[in-house]
Design a binder for this molecule. Structure first.
Ligand SMILES: Cc1cc2nc3c(=O)[nH]c(=O)nc-3n(C[C@H](O)[C@H](O)[C@H](O)COP(=O)(O)O)c2cc1C
Length: 186
């Protein structure tokens, strides 16, 4: 299984990236066969907003030339996609919103259909449920398979690694993922 983990935080070693890293460590020790995990951060990439030209309706490709295509190339090669977002005003970060809007280009031909998906949200206090919902709806619209979801709390970078609830939830996500992989294989 090829997995792509995308962090939508501007803070490179912030809580979102740390929770993704904790999940990756746990996935790597879960004995899932033929596992290959790639990590990407949207921070530092040029990701312009969708300009609603709708040219992608005919071609299935976004006409804007920027780093979106780098992410998409990796997404196409992956069976499992994990997107983590910090909670900004009870929703995904602007980076993540720009990215998911641009995947309109993939929606017409359902290019992401059937891929497994795990959304992650990290807030200081609240808003993670709504953020996860945004990501889940995005995945549903693309007809992806939502395997599980994960959230955590942290204010200063690193706080989330002490969030015991989040660490317990990571173990639940791993069980869901192992169950899903078994289902797919049988
Ligand atoms: C613009 C902005 C908006 C935020 N909005 C919320 C919010 O609605 N609820 C909340 O609990 N935390 C909010 N936070 C705090 C972040 O979600 C929190 O610090 C999180 O750990 C950041 O993750 P990061 O370290 O990966 O950037 C906000 C932070 C910023 C910068």
């Amino acid at each position: 299984m090829r997995a792509l983990c995308i962090s939508g935080s501007q803070v490179k070693k912030g809580n979102t990236t740390q929770l993704i890293d904790i999940l990756i460590d746990n996935i790597e020790s879960s004995n899932i066969p033929d596992l290959k995990i790639k990590k990407m951060s949207l921070s530092g990439l040029t990701l312009r907003p969708c300009k609603a030209c709708e040219k992608c309706k005919k071609t299935g490709k976004c006409v804007i030339r920027d780093d979106f295509h780098k992410v998409i190339r990796r997404m196409h090669k992956s069976d499992l996609i994990i997107i983590g977002s910090p909670v900004y005003f009870h929703d995904v970060s602007g980076l993540v919103k720009n990215f998911i809007d641009r995947t309109f280009s993939l929606w017409h031909e359902k290019q992401l259909q059937g891929k497994k998906f795990i959304p992650i949200a990290v807030s200081a206090e609240s808003g993670e449920e709504r953020t996860l919902e945004t990501l889940r709806i995005w995945a549903q619209v693309h007809e992806m398979k939502i395997v599980s979801s994960l959230s955590g709390h942290g204010h200063k970078p690193g706080d989330v690694s002490h969030d015991q609830k989040a660490l317990a939830a990571v173990r639940d996500v791993i069980q869901d993922l192992i169950g899903e992989v078994k289902n797919t294989d049988s």
